[in-house]
Write a protein that binds this ligand. Structure first.
Ligand code: TXA
Ligand code: MG
Length: 314
């Protein structure tokens, strides 16, 4: 159910939850000052309690009230990439609700590039917002995805639908250096180019969410050569030919990673609408930039109990 700014503000300040659009994906929001709304987020998503939430802010002043001991490069990154799809994990202030950080000393923060949502956060103060999907499912990038997971009556702030279709990139300031925590809309190379240094991947323990099964439709996703012949449908690029009579789902052209990213989660959900059981996806894409995020999401979503099938990647 689409609601306006005034209604959304009222619900959030009274400790309720509202789904907010961002430039990446929809978020299931609650006020950082309302423990009830934070608890409800974990319950509605069926999210493991040890998986902390990102706080969304309207401006740098709000961010600095929640974090401390930030390096000088934080200000440079913020000035260049915010508002935008970069999340930074920083030292959190002591007064933060433990349910937000899952008991960690750090907190994930970002300023989203979305007009209506920024306007709302200016009024309500900071909002926690994990992606608006049941845990394990693909993130919601369209209203119908939200309705599917949370029902038609769940309040959704009016505003532009997400334009990226994939989540933000996450980096963390850990032990006095930046580490890479999650692939996202901004590529690792872009961040390294900006900072003028290489960034290491953290071990998975630091970003709890990456340990869990993710982004998966009910349909099983495969990418091995062998499964090409066994799947019910083929997912690929409209400028390639696949020599198959099976139903074809297009991710756009293979030279347009932004469009591939935009279509990916919507297609994942369409497989279920169309009652597909086994889907083959072409993941032969360049190993660079946004393509790396796309491949990572497909691998995470894919059916891994496939020891019988030889993989043609990695
Ligand atoms: O684009 C996005 O980032 C979307 C939109 C709504 O902003 N949000 C999103 O949130 O993807 P979520 O909750 O689905 O993913 C957040 C990730 C999780 O993997 C979580 O483990 C990680 O951020 N995270 C949160 N706080 C953290 C912390 N203090 N340290 C390390 N990782 C953290
Ligand atoms: Mg998520």
């Amino acid at each position: 159910m689409i609601i306006d700014q005034k209604k959304a503000k009222k619900i959030l300040l009274e400790g309720g939850n509202v789904i907010i659009p961002t430039e990446t994906v929809y978020g299931l929001a609650g006020s950082i000052n309302c423990p009830n709304s934070i608890e409800t987020i974990y319950r509605l998503k069926n999210r493991p309690k040890q998986n902390p939430l990102i706080i969304h802010f309207a401006n740098l002043k709000q961010v600095l009230e929640c974090v401390e001991d930030v390096p000088e490069s934080f200000y440079r990154l913020a000035k260049f990439f915010w508002p935008g799809p970069l999340t930074m994990v920083l030292q959190g202030r002591n007064n933060l609700n433990h349910a937000i950080t899952a008991g960690l000393k750090t907190v994930a923060v970002r300023i989203p590039a979305h007009l209506e949502t920024l306007k709302l956060i200016e009024e309500t103060g900071p909002l926690v917002a994990p992606s608006a999907n049941i845990s394990g499912r693909p993130s919601s990038t369209k209203i119908k995805h939200i309705e599917n997971d949370f029902g038609k009556n769940f309040p959704i702030l009016e505003g532009t639908e997400p334009i990226c279709g994939l989540e933000s990139t996450i980096i963390g300031w850990i032990d006095n250096k930046w580490v890479f925590l999650r692939h996202g809309v901004i590529s690792l190379q872009e961040i390294e180019r900006f900072l003028g240094e290489n960034i290491n991947h953290s071990d998975l323990q630091i970003c709890p969410g990456t340990k869990f099964r993710h982004y998966s439709p009910e349909a099983k996703i495969f990418y091995s050569n062998e499964m090409f012949f066994k799947a019910d449908a083929i997912v690929g690029y409209e400028n390639r030919s696949y020599l198959s009579k099976k139903p074809f789902y297009s991710l756009g052209r293979d030279d347009d990673p932004k469009k591939i990213a935009y279509r990916l989660f919507d297609l994942f959900r369409r497989f279920d609408e169309d009652c597909l059981k086994n889907v083959w996806i072409d993941i032969k894409l360049p190993n660079e930039g946004l393509y790396i995020t796309i491949i990572e999401r497909i691998l995470k979503a894919s059916y891994t109990d496939s020891s019988n099938f030889e993989s043609n990647v990695l």
